[in-house]
Ligand binder design. Structure first.
Ligand code: DAK
Length: 259
């Protein structure tokens, strides 16, 4: 597929995906959501890609769902738009590879929600976060009420969603919405550095860690620990487990093969 609204590049074992509608502050219209859907499928099937970095072109990460497109939707089109977005965000969240959001600027509404569907958020000190939907007469629709509450707690999520306040990346760091804040010039290198560090570990183990955390967070503790034991056991069916432990015992560098 040729992309018009995103840029997709591969660097070694990393995939770099950039939302590329800078004139509209990378607002997510349905064409962009469809391209994202397609690129996530392509990345899922690409055994060379171990980690994904997601960022935005220009001064925004993503300034939300596209208000000009949503404004005149009838209820059925609104439902279809919402279902498309939810499908894409969930696919990203469940992708069997870690996704790091490098949040370069505005991450508002659907943009904040997109960053929260990623595993890790690194933000520029120029980034701004918020869920301003209530001021537009709608509720967050791409998982904001759920993922924000899970990340920062119910009280803080309610404060941000009810007021629509836009917060700085420093405040986002303080409340646990982002993992790290860096200068804008080093944002992408910082995200790629972390991605490459992850990519050096056994990809299947990392994938199972993601599944254990994501699924376990939705379970009671006993079921979650049982699930952890299952994926732990599964690791012993991989060549990379043998390689990792043998290399340790033989005091040599390990060479993982994603098998
Ligand atoms: N949609 C469409 N265009 C947008 C946009 C957006 N969300 N955000 C910015 N733009 C466009 C502006 O219209 C402007 O276009 P031109 O006038 O140049 O043609 C261009 O980007 C530059 O924006 P500004 O001139 O406004 O730039 P400033 O630096 O002055 O202001 C800003 C930046 C980010 C503070 C401002 O643009 C802004 O407030 N933008 C809107 C932010 C926002 O409210 N975001 C939340 C959108 S609502 C659902 C699913 C999803 C959702 C809801 C339901 N269901 C499943 C039911 C999601 C909703 C949202 O995300």
């Amino acid at each position: 597929m040729n992309y018009s609204n995103i840029i997709f590049e591969k660097e070694g074992n990393l995939a770099i995906v950039k939302i590329n509608r800078p004139k509209a502050l990378n607002a997510l219209n349905s064409d962009t959501l469809k391209e994202l859907d397609n690129v996530i499928d392509a990345i899922a099937q690409d055994d060379e890609v171990y980690v994904v970095v997601l960022t935005g072109e220009g001064k925004a990460f993503v300034a939300g769902a596209d208000i000009s497109e949503m404004k005149d939707l009838n209820p059925m089109d609104g439902r279809n738009f919402g279902m498309l977005g939810n499908k894409v965000f969930r696919k990203l969240e469940n992708l069997g590879k870690p996704v790091i959001a490098a949040v370069n600027g505005f991450a508002l509404g659907g943009g904040c929600e997109l960053s929260m569907a990623c595993d890790i958020r690194i933000a520029s000190n120029k980034a701004k976060f918020g869920q301003p939907e209530a001021g537009l007469g709608i509720t967050p629709g791409f998982g904001g009420t759920q993922r924000l509450a899970r990340l920062v707690g119910e009280g803080m999520a309610k404060q941000l969603i009810y007021t629509g306040d836009i917060i700085t990346s420093e405040e986002a760091l303080r409340i646990g919405l982002v993992n790290k804040v860096v200068e804008p010039e080093v944002l992408l290198d910082e995200a790629k550095g972390m991605a490459n560090k992850i990519a050096k570990n056994a990809p299947i183990a990392v994938k199972l860690c993601k599944a254990a955390i994501n699924k376990g967070m939705q379970m009671d503790i006993d079921s979650a620990l049982m699930y952890e034991a299952e994926v732990f056991g599964l690791c012993f069916s991989t060549e990379d487990q043998k390689e990792g432990m043998t290399a340790f015992v033989e005091k040599r560098e390990k060479e993982f093969k994603n098998r």
